[in-house]
Ligand binder design. Structure first.
Ligand SMILES: Nc1ncnc2c1ncn2[C@@H]1O[C@H](COP(=O)(O)OP(=O)(O)O)[C@@H](O)[C@H]1O
Ligand SMILES: [Mg+2]
Length: 293
């Protein structure tokens, strides 16, 4: 069936439920090129320059992420990766250029419509979860913001989706391990059924022993829900495991955009990218990561 396009005057953003995509369709889309003009990207950043006060941090960043694609931003600390995610999430108010999800631009500041389709998972789940709120309260709050019903059902299903037993529902963050806390943070991002996840170093605050479990979870969720990821990491094995393409950033600019196969082959074009590759940490043991089904 041809993909239905929104008509004139109709909101083109925010499909009601995540569409499941067949691998064949995904491959066809990739073969057509993520930047093919007839495909509306899930996320498009056009000439995005973000500043903190008078200090410019990123300069003219252009990125297109196709629906269902997983795209990594890599680069040394301070290169502006998190700043880009924050601007997309509405947490960095001073920017110029354009940020579009599924063809619809976002404004500056809070944009509930945008947040419904685009959610962020932060690096440090201990910092991003309120210490005095139970898991139930943290998830229920998101449902209230987006005026979504079936509170009990949605919370139960989302906890199950991230691999947490029902008994975790009334726990506080300090009663959870690091890996469980990050699963709660992922559940909080997933519960409004977004199409696009912004993932800022989603496993780097975790013990090595639990990183693989969270990475496997992210891979499965993307596959099952047809999610699109924009992921920030300094860990190149994570990029190789979880992503289709990557952009290398340096001093707030994109140095190179490449298919992840070039990363795996050690064949990135730019000398800076290759230097980054050589210095890349190997903090995730590959044998713990699940192979593609
Ligand atoms: N809230 C902030 N206020 C002022 N400067 C910031 C803020 N957050 C980050 N910066 C600065 O912006 C630059 C990019 O930071 P960031 O995007 O966090 O880099 P990365 O995620 O690539 O490590 C750094 O120089 C950092 O010091
Ligand atoms: Mg960062």
């Amino acid at each position: 069936m041809p993909r239905r396009r929104a008509g004139r005057g109709e909101a083109s953003l925010y499909p009601r439920a995540a569409r499941r995509r067949s691998p064949a369709r995904r491959d066809a889309r990739r073969a057509a090129g993520a930047g093919a003009p007839f495909v509306t990207p899930a996320l498009r950043l056009k000439n995005l320059s973000v500043s903190y006060g008078a200090t410019p941090v990123t300069h003219g960043v252009d990125i297109k992420v196709a629906e269902g694609e997983s795209f990594a931003l890599v680069g040394e600390s301070g290169s502006g990766k998190s700043t880009i995610l924050k601007a997309v999430a509405g947490l960095a108010p001073h920017w110029t250029g354009a940020i579009e999800a599924f063809g619809t631009p976002r404004g500056h500041g809070i944009d509930p419509g945008f947040a419904r389709v685009c959610q962020m998972v932060f690096q440090d789940p201990y910092g991003s979860l309120h210490p005095r709120k139970t898991v139930d309260a943290a998830l229920g709050e998101v449902l209230a913001i987006h005026r979504l019903g079936d509170r009990d059902g949605r919370i139960a299903r989302t906890l199950e989706a991230v691999g947490l037993e029902p008994g975790f529902r009334f726990r506080f963050p300090h009663q959870l391990s690091g890996g469980q806390r990050q699963r709660v943070a992922i559940a909080r991002a997933l519960i409004p059924e977004p199409k696009l996840l912004l993932l800022d170093e989603p496993t780097s605050a975790l013990d090595v022993s639990v990183q693989a479990g969270v990475l496997n979870l992210l891979k499965r969720l993307r596959r099952e829900r047809g999610l699109t990821y924009l992921l920030v990491t300094h860990n190149l094995p994570v990029v190789s495991f979880l992503c289709d393409r990557l952009a290398v950033m340096r001093h707030g600019r994109i140095v190179e955009t490449a298919d992840v196969s070039l990363l795996r082959q050690g064949a990135l074009r730019e000398p800076y990218s290759r230097e980054l590759l050589r210095s890349g940490e190997r903090t995730v043991e590959r044998q713990e990561l699940e192979a593609d089904p």
